[in-house]
Design a protein around this ligand. Structure first.
Ligand SMILES: [Zn+2]
Length: 270
């Protein structure tokens, strides 16, 4: 096929691809259209998910089915530009996609999610989708080598949205859409509820539990941060090299997963 993106190839080319690849793997990216601070494009998550899937597909002879740009983002609606699906809509989009792919003989589907707000809905859709279609549908997560260090890092920086990490990724993948001058003087705007600040201390012995308690207070973004950037990791500290490193780590993990997955053929009766 001339492209790994299903919507860019002809039916004939796709039919030939299926003949040559009787047990193909479809990659389904999901993300969001939502505010990403003053400096990142609204489609940051969807662009990141698509870039990840495209690279994984090229390295594994898989193909990418991009069916939507928005995800589940009601918590960002107080900021202009956010487009959210309801939970039912996102669930049904995923289920319809799984069923369509299955109708064409695809038995292995990998969902790549780049937006935390989609996580539980995606998990539900995968669970129901597997039951309805009989296909193998997964969204593998990399194993965290040191969970305590990861929790300490998370609680120290809360670098979850539009901070150093995500801005670095954007600078690596779509720098032409990033407007760094808009965060030149950025200072942290995150305010946890009174009392929760005491929990947000990386030196605590119970840091992993404390992080979960802190997360229980995070709901609507505008109540947490006026700039739309979560946490204390400055977007100004972002750099493309860090973004490329993180991107490569994620892509490599998914490529390894797909290659291992390919060693076991889909059951005939699926
Ligand atoms: Zn994001």
């Amino acid at each position: 096929m001339k492209s790994v993106l299903l919507h860019e190839v002809t039916r004939s080319a796709f039919e030939e691809y299926l003949k040559e690849n009787p047990d193909p793997i479809a990659l389904v990216p999901i993300g969001s259209i939502e505010q990403h601070g003053p400096h990142l494009p609204l489609g940051t998550d969807s662009l990141a998910a698509l870039a990840t899937c495209t690279e994984v597909a090229k390295r594994t002879n898989s193909f990418v089915v991009q069916v939507c740009l928005p995800g589940y983002s009601p918590h960002h609606m107080a900021f202009k530009g956010t487009i959210t699906f309801s939970d039912e809509t996102l669930t049904n989009i995923l289920l319809d996609t799984f069923q369509s792919l299955r109708a064409h003989g695809v038995k292995k589907i990998l969902v790549v999610n780049s937006h935390g707000g989609n996580a539980q809905i995606m998990a539900y859709a995968i669970r129901i989708g597997k039951r309805k279609t009989g296909a193998c549908i997964v969204s593998p997560a990399a194993v965290v080598a040191d969970p305590k260090a990861a929790a300490q890092n998370a609680i120290k920086y809360l670098d979850m949205h539009s901070g150093t990490g995500e801005t670095s990724l954007a600078l690596a993948l779509f720098p032409e859409m990033v407007e760094m001058e808009r965060v030149r003087d950025w200072k942290p705007t995150t305010k946890l509820v009174p009392g929760a600040d005491d929990l947000a201390c990386p030196d605590r012995d119970d840091v992993a539990m404390a992080l979960q308690v802190v997360m229980s207070y995070i709901n609507d973004t505008h109540k947490l941060t006026s700039s739309g950037v979560y946490g204390y990791a400055p977007p100004q500290n972002a750099n493309a090299e860090l973004g490329r490193k993180r991107f490569e780590e994620r892509v490599s993990f998914l490529v390894d997963y797909v290659n291992l997955w390919k060693t076991v053929p889909s059951p005939e009766e699926v």
